[in-house]
Design a protein around this ligand. Structure first.
Ligand SMILES: [Zn+2]
Length: 249
């Protein structure tokens, strides 16, 4: 971990003010913290993640799917404390402004009426997913995502927004075969992930993250159209693959 050569930030490539960034974000965990992976990050990037991390934790722990999850329950007091902190006043009021009656739609997009809830700022969540993908990519590959590659992510619950064909492909060809493999686990019931590379020489890959036992996100690292990558990955993913990954202690 202690290298003599200057370490470049895995997020922006800068060599300035190198710090270690925890991936996944450590505030998703209640103490005692499990052994998390850390990656080199400049202090500007590291600081810039703080609000996204808080927002991600808030959205994940407020989901009804997380209510019976031990990891989410353990961190809930910190979430509530953080909402009450004076310096968080703007963050808190903006979150509560987004609470109210929201439109409910069926998976097919049909309007089902209004229900109490909150609107999720997806741009924030996507930024958080891209950062986790970049961090874990470095952790697994010992190199940052090469320039010219993009990271695209979807919440599993939002897949209904995609075309039927793409939805089916994502679920049948990627999610189902991937979750049959052994995940890497950080903190029991908090975070686990799976990934698959298209080939040993490419950085094109698919990543599946699961938070608090339920909420899943799919991310692609792609050097071209992610839809074409999806097809190639789908053909490669074979449910009988017997890759075993050790889980960190
Ligand atoms: Zn940076």
């Amino acid at each position: 971990m202690n290298k003599l050569r200057p370490t470049k930030c895995v997020y922006c490539g800068s060599s300035a003010k190198s710090t270690r960034d925890h991936v996944p974000p450590k505030l998703l965990f209640a103490p005692p913290l499990p052994n998390l992976c850390t990656v080199p990050s400049c202090s500007d990037c590291n600081k810039s993640f703080q609000k996204d991390d808080e927002y991600l934790r808030l959205i994940l722990t407020m989901r009804k799917e997380s209510f019976d999850n031990l990891g989410a329950k353990a961190v809930l007091p910190s979430v509530l404390r953080s909402l009450q902190r004076p310096r968080q006043a703007r963050f808190t009021s903006s979150f509560f402004r987004q609470c109210g009656q929201i439109e409910m739609r069926s998976r097919g997009g049909l309007y089902l009426g209004n229900s109490p809830g909150y609107t999720v700022k997806w741009s924030r969540i996507e930024r958080a997913m891209a950062r986790i993908t970049r961090g874990l990519f470095y952790y697994e590959q010992k190199k940052p995502i090469p320039k010219g590659h993009q990271v695209v992510s979807w919440a599993e619950d939002n897949l209904y927004l995609l075309s039927n064909n793409l939805q089916t492909q994502l679920k049948q060809k990627l999610v189902l075969p991937l979750i049959k493999e052994t995940p890497t686990v950080f903190g029991e019931s908090v975070f686990r992930y799976w990934f698959k590379f298209l080939s040993e020489t490419e950085s094109n890959s698919v990543w599946l993250f699961e938070f608090y036992g339920r909420t899943r996100f799919i991310a692609f690292v792609a050097d071209r159209d992610p839809n074409r990558l999806l097809e190639r990955l789908g053909d490669k993913l074979n449910p009988s693959t017997d890759k075993e990954k050790p889980t960190p202690a």
